[in-house]
Design a protein around this ligand. Structure first.
Ligand SMILES: [Mn+2]
Length: 490
């Protein structure tokens, strides 16, 4: 059931069931331009089916009449997406994605595709023809960009980027954005501002699900784009077509593409926010932010709009949280491999905190870690190291508002913490410890070990397996350092 390139989301089995009149009709209207009943939010913790909403009130005669959501909100569908058995474990998904994002295959540029079946420009553009839900009560408006892929190009390297960034309807041809400078499109925008140039943007809705998975994946990629990684994972190039109003390349088989530009001039910024965010809190207040000025919309006949219910929190995992955890775990594991860190057996981030707390499992004796934390970490001696002023998130409510300044910090200002569980080298050396800074470790002296082992069977202990639990990895050098012969004289 792997999604074939070129197949439409609805034809390739990604919509497992339909939510039709009973949900979208006037009697039980779940989706609305004012407030929704948040049906996807209720179904998400159940790992429910993908949902296609049709027959939406006020959207019977518009060019876009349908909304799809929740396509990737369980591990089974993510497994199918990666070509794995549907009952694969999350760890198997992480390993497959970790290895998959190392592969690359360049996209194939084609002259046209289904996304060019209809083209609107100028005064014909009206984004209110799309049934964009009002997702959460305190949202600053109707969020059109929740689960789409945003394509931009680096003006210096010419490389494209595909990312997933929130965006709010600000008018019939305007989308307000939260444009974090530290994200890839934020880097592109800063470079455009230095050149006083507008930034071309293309928002892609309803491409094949792997495009969306890669768009939400925080992957470092030097010299190639997410589209190349997609080709590598599938071993089949994705077909791209050129935009009508820019040189950006977008998936030829997408449902909808919105083309536009963002002005470099802060005087053009418009109010955006707040939005029910991945932190489980409403993120950011309404404030002036960059706006996509829409120049062109291309779409398939009877297109399907794609969105997702955000607002991830404990007990209420959202569609975004599942693939995000797989992607972040895979990328961190890949970095650990590249740094040559040995012995990593698993990396995982919990859906509830969406990629903030990282658990790294190592092949190691945990007794030793426990021991080191107990007797080598002393907060009063600086073993708890605080790293202030590091890059963080503009959406983290544990940061003061003034430290969530996107223009000052690129994102938010975070403080990171390191536990130094090594011996403190600044301590005074002491003659009783052989001029070491730390007391000798209690070891079985070599002579004693040989002596006892020599009498093992004589003592009737042959059935016992000699297996010291601690310390397990003392090498000969350390054993000699703490041997009987090396003991300091009184
Ligand atoms: Mn990127």
């Amino acid at each position: 059931m792997r999604c074939k390139s070129g197949s439409r989301i609805i034809e390739s089995g990604w919509i497992c069931s339909k939510a039709t009149d009973s949900f979208a009709g006037s009697r039980r209207r779940w989706i609305g331009t004012k407030r929704s009943e948040r049906l996807p939010e209720w179904l998400c913790p159940l790992g429910g089916p993908a949902l296609l909403f049709e027959n939406i009130k006020d959207y019977k005669n518009t060019w876009c009449k349908r909304v799809m959501t929740a396509g990737l909100w369980n591990y089974k569908r993510l497994a199918l997406l990666l070509g794995l058995d549907r009952d694969s474990s999350p760890k198997q998904l992480v390993e497959a994605y970790r290895d998959g994002i190392r592969r690359r295959l360049a996209p194939e540029v084609v002259s046209t595709g289904p996304v060019k079946q209809n083209i609107l420009k100028g005064d014909d553009i009206d984004l209110y023809q799309i049934p964009v839900p009002y997702w959460h009560s305190w949202d600053g408006g109707r969020y059109i960009n929740t689960f789409n892929s945003t394509v931009t190009r680096d003006p210096e390297t010419g490389l494209q980027n595909v990312g997933m960034y929130r965006g709010m309807l600000n008018g019939r041809n305007k989308i307000g954005t939260l444009l974090a400078r530290a994200q890839h499109w934020g880097v592109h925008y800063t470079k455009r501002q230095y050149r006083s140039e507008e930034m071309p943007v293309a928002c892609v809705y309803g491409a094949e699900p792997l495009v969306e998975f890669l768009a939400l994946s925080p992957i470092q990629h030097y010299g190639y784009s997410e589209f190349d990684i997609l080709g590598g994972i599938k071993n089949q190039p994705i077909e791209l077509v050129k935009c009508e109003t820019s040189d950006l390349l977008v998936p030829a088989h997408a449902e909808i593409v919105i083309e536009g530009t963002i002005s470099p001039d802060p005087a053009t910024y418009e109010m955006e926010g707040p939005f029910a965010e991945h932190t489980g809190y409403y993120g950011g207040a309404a404030s002036p932010k960059p706006v996509i000025n829409v120049k062109c919309v291309t779409f398939r006949n009877d297109p399907i709009f794609r969105g997702s219910m955000e607002g991830n929190r404990p007990g209420w995992p959202t569609e975004n949280s599942y693939p995000e955890c797989i992607a972040m775990s895979a990328e961190i594991w890949r970095h650990l491999q590249d740094c040559g860190i040995p012995g990593v057996t698993d990396v995982w981030l919990m859906p509830a905190s969406t990629y903030l707390n990282v658990f790294v499992q190592i092949r190691r004796d945990y007794e030793q870690l426990d021991w080191a934390f107990a007797f080598r970490v002393n907060a009063g001696e600086g073993d708890v190291v605080i790293h202030p002023g590091t890059f963080g998130s503009v959406l983290d409510p544990s940061c003061r508002l003034e430290e969530r300044d996107i223009y000052k910090y690129g994102g938010g200002k975070w403080t990171r913490m390191l536990f130094d569980a090594t011996r403190n080298w600044e301590f005074e050396r002491w003659k009783h410890w052989n001029d070491s800074v730390y007391p000798p470790i209690i070891v079985m002296e070599k002579e004693m070990e040989d002596h006892v082992r020599g009498r093992w069977s004589e003592l009737g202990l042959s059935d016992l397996v000699y297996k010291p639990t601690m310390p397990v990895d003392l090498d000969e050098d350390i054993k000699n350092r703490y041997s009987l012969a090396a003991r300091p004289r009184k």
